[in-house]
Structure formats: structure tokens, C-alpha cells
Design a protein. Structure first.
Length: 265
């Protein structure tokens, strides 16, 4: 609890899923929140839930693909609270289509803008304030940021980009007091399932993973909050994920077959 009492926490993609649950768990721990997303109505609902814990919550409508809006998010946070202690880069979109079936190649640009550049923009504008507070930077990636996954070419590329960016930044910030934590969840049961982008760049509207084993969003978010509190370097969720990373060093072709089977099922 003491780690985040009056800690100024910014959460992007906070209108639903992991972002929403993170906001609730940080609010319960006494954090002063700024929650950001494009959907104001849903943010208002999250704000009302967070305020039941008695904490401070502000809303900033933000499309992370827009540099000016990311800058505004950080400026509004500092204007409200005078500082930033924790930035959680959570906003993201995903896909479900084979590369050869894509009919709108702009799909790649769209996913890269949200998942990768959105994190870069928010981090860029927040970094001077995080250095002042010796704060925390958290990037919500995916196991696809560790290994390639069929039907996820653009998504996996964006998550690999996030990993490269934040790993490099961690080294640059080694003596600054700012910690950088990367999170690699597996399948999580959130509203994003069924909202994957298809070959034409539009949402497919169908849950392709309804039979897959998933982690519930509360458990996932609790792991993230604990990792942030301990300023961990990275967290790979699920034993299969951890085993897969080790196995990839020994038999990468076997990992390819396992991933292919998981998606086909």
C-alpha cells in the first residue's frame, strides 16, 4: 500500500481491460490517478469506480497516436498534481490475420502507431518529470514481444519494438533513479478479444480465442502492480511463456511448432 500512496500514476488505455483494472488497483492503494483513452464515456465510468476508494482521479482524453495529445496528457498531469511518479504505457490494439491475406497494408502502420509510437511519445514527454521524481516506467508488452506468432505479424513487430526501445532506455537511465519494467502477458481475458483487426484493417468482431486458456484480468493486473512496486526489470507471465523463452534458445523450431499449434487450436 505504501508504495503507491499519493503516487501520481498515469495509465494509458484505461477505458477497459488491463488498463481499467490497473486503475482500480492503483486507486485502491491510494494512488493519485490520471487515466487516459479515446472514449470519454468509458473513462468516466472507470473514474467513478476508482473514486469509491476515496482517491483522486483525473481524466484526459488521449489518442496516443497523436504527439500533441500525448504531450497534453503529460502537461495536464503535471498541472493537476505537480509531478509524475509512474507512467504505465498500456494502450494497445491487436490483429488476427495472416500476412499474405492482408488487403490493407496500413494495418501495420496503425498497430505500430498505437502500440509502439504511442509508448514512445508518452515516455518522451514524461521523462523529465520521471527523472525529477526518480519514478517508474512500465511498458505492457506481450509474449509476442519475445517470439513471433502467426496471424500477429504487425502486433508482434510492435511489441518487439517496444521491448527494444524500453530495454535500450533502461540502460540510458541506469544512473537516473528511474526504473523501467517490461511486462509480457500471455492470453488475458479482456474486452480486446473479438476486437482484433482483420485483413481489411477493421475489427473482426469475433472471438478467435474463445477456447484458449486465459488469465483473468485481475490476476494479470495484480502481477503488474507488484512488479511496478518492486521495480522489476521484466515479468514474463505464465510458466509456458517462461519455458518457451528458454526452449527457444535450445530448439527454436520446436517453439515455432508449439506456437503454431496454439493459434490453430
Amino acid at each position: 500500500m505504501k508504495d503507491f500512496k499519493q503516487n501520481v500514476v498515469v495509465v494509458t488505455g484505461a477505458s477497459s481491460g488491463i488498463g481499467k483494472e490497473l486503475a482500480l488497483q492503483f486507486a485502491e492503494k491510494g494512488a493519485w490517478l490520471v487515466i487516459a483513452a479515446r472514449n470519454i464515456q468509458k473513462l468516466e465510468e472507470v473514474k467513478n469506480e476508482c473514486e469509491k476508494f476515496g482517491g483522486k482521479v483525473s481524466i484526459v482524453k488521449t489518442d496516443v497516436t497523436e504527439k500533441k495529445q500525448c504531450k497534453n496528457l503529460i502537461e495536464e498531469t503535471v498541472k493537476k498534481y505537480g509531478r509524475i511518479d509512474t507512467l504505465i504505457n498500456n494502450a494497445g490494439i491487436t490483429m488476427w490475420t495472416r500476412f499474405e491475406d492482408i488487403t490493407d497494408i496500413d494495418l501495420f502502420e496503425k498497430i505500430m502507431q498505437v502500440n509502439y509510437l504511442g509508448s514512445v511519445y508518452c515516455t518522451y514527454y514524461a521523462l523529465p518529470f520521471l527523472k525529477e521524481s526518480k519514478g517508474r516506467l512500465i511498458g505492457i508488452s506481450s509474449l509476442t514481444g519475445k517470439t513471433g506468432v502467426p496471424t500477429r505479424t504487425a502486433y508482434s513487430a510492435s511489441k518487439h519494438a517496444m521491448a527494444g526501445f524500453f530495454d535500450s532506455l533502461r540502460i540510458e537511465l541506469a544512473d537516473s533513479g528511474v526504473s523501467v519494467t517490461m511486462i509480457y502477458p500471455g492470453f488475458v481475458d479482456t474486452e480486446i478479444r473479438g476486437k482484433e483487426l482483420g485483413a481489411d484493417g477493421n475489427q473482426i468482431g469475433k472471438n478467435k480465442l474463445e477456447n484458449a486458456k486465459t488469465m483473468d484480468v485481475k490476476t494479470c493486473s495484480k502481477i503488474i502492480v507488484n512488479a511496478a512496486a518492486k521495480r522489476k526489470r521484466e515479468v514474463v507471465m505464465t510458466m509456458k511463456g517462461k519455458l518457451g523463452i528458454k526452449l527457444k534458445l535450445i530448439s527454436p523450431s520446436l517453439v515455432d511448432r508449439i506456437v503454431q499449434k496454439a493459434i490453430n487450436n
